[in-house]
Design a protein around this ligand. Structure first.
Ligand SMILES: *Cc1c(COP(=O)(O)O)cnc(C)c1O
Length: 364
């Protein structure tokens, strides 16, 4: 008998993860591979987070604390909210799925930017909702057009700030104007996976809207600046009411015990965060200059990556760089995203790119 799959699920394109570095190394016969594809912290996790993992191993036979009491309390203190406003996820990705399933009935709409985090569309589709994509303006979210796109069927509005893959941000003024126009039945999702990297003076204070009791949620993660992507832990800060609905759907042990302990320690290591931020700022300037010297123009970035038009087929460029031992992210068409790495990794990237471009000058 033929397998019958929900058409919405049938329409999904699976996320294709990169091959493991070790396998690529063997395949391509390279001595060294640099991975600048997933916006990970090149410094790795805080040594304090690593040290916090050891003691957990003795109790791995126990289920984790499903309420994640200590981590939620630490986050609540840190962000001046109450613990019932903190929701943990198996990565903040999981919370995106909870939001879609909680708020979308079939054919309900979710408004998002045209070039943003691909998971939004995937989760909206999986929840049988409809994604309404709003064209960006100069690589930035056009919040006034996004407000125009709201209809009586809109339930979610995603703002990725700073945005992945462009690295651009929306300002306090833009967010304030949007929030004045958003009706009550719309939950505004501020995805701030790169929050800790953003240093612009007019970066929006989205948490203020949660504190005012607006229907909003701020998503943050331990996967990026905290360097714990492999442990899968992220969180949402929202109203107690929204948290209570999401908690009905949340798998009870979604935040594992190792991740909870490492996250508590990571949160307490401000030095590591500061060092990571400084390295990123300094090296982003180096990579930007290197790209500009090659005739490329990356967009302004408030995150830990740069996004640029390669002026040629991005997939071919990706493959050519791979043969040089550098993994970047091909987004679409001629657009490429590169994560800021350690100084020597960035030099390897720029040298590889120079080699590839010298062989095949920009066509356009
Ligand atoms: C990396 C990322 C996330 C979350 O990652 P998790 O590892 O699931 O916490 C969320 N949103 C954006 C835009 C990201 O780039």
């Amino acid at each position: 008998m033929a397998l019958i799959v929900h058409p919405d699920i049938d329409s999904l394109v699976p996320y294709v993860p990169g091959k493991p570095i070790e396998e690529l190394q063997r395949e391509l016969g390279l001595s060294r591979i640099v991975k600048l594809a997933s916006n990970e912290n090149p410094l790795g996790p805080s040594p304090k987070a690593v040290a916090a993992i050891g003691p957990v191993t003795g109790s791995l036979h126990r289920y984790p604390d499903g309420g994640a009491f200590r981590l939620r309390t630490a986050l609540a203190e840190r962000w001046k909210v109450t613990p019932d406003q903190v929701l943990l996820g198996n990565g903040s990705d999981e919370i995106l799925g909870l939001l879609a399933r909680t708020f979308l009935s079939p054919a309900d709409e979710a408004v998002m930017a045209s070039e943003t985090f691909v998971i939004y569309k995937m989760e909206v589709t999986a929840a049988h909702g409809k994604s309404v994509t709003v064209p960006m303006k100069n690589g930035r979210h056009d919040l006034s057009a996004m407000a125009d796109a709201i209809t009586p069927r809109t339930r979610l509005l995603f703002i990725c700030n700073p945005n992945n893959p462009t690295g651009t941000m929306v300002t306090e003024t833009e967010v304030r104007a949007l929030m004045q126009r958003v009706p009550e039945q719309v939950v505004v999702v501020f995805d701030e996976a790169y929050y800790e990297y953003a240093d612009a003076a007019d970066y929006a204070d989205s948490l203020a809207y949660v504190k005012q009791g607006r229907h909003a949620i701020v998503l943050r993660t331990f996967s990026k600046i905290y360097g714990l992507a492999g442990l899968r832990i992220g969180y949402g800060l929202t109203t107690p009411e929204i948290a209570s609905y999401l908690n009905r759907l949340r798998p009870p042990f979604n935040a594992n015990s190792v991740a909870q302990e490492a996250a508590i320690a990571a949160l307490g290591d401000e030095t590591h965060v500061t060092r990571s931020r400084s390295l990123n700022r300094e090296q982003m300037a180096v990579v930007r200059q290197g790209l500009e010297a090659l005739g490329l123009t990356p967009l302004p970035s408030q995150a830990n990556f740069l996004y640029f038009d390669a002026g040629r087929d991005g997939r071919e460029l990706f493959q050519a760089l791979l043969r040089e031992g550098v993994i970047v992210r091909h987004i679409e068409g001629s657009m490429v995203r590169v994560t800021i790495g350690l100084p020597e990794e960035n030099q390897m990237f720029l040298a590889a790119l120079r080699n590839v471009l010298e062989r095949e000058p920009i066509q356009s």
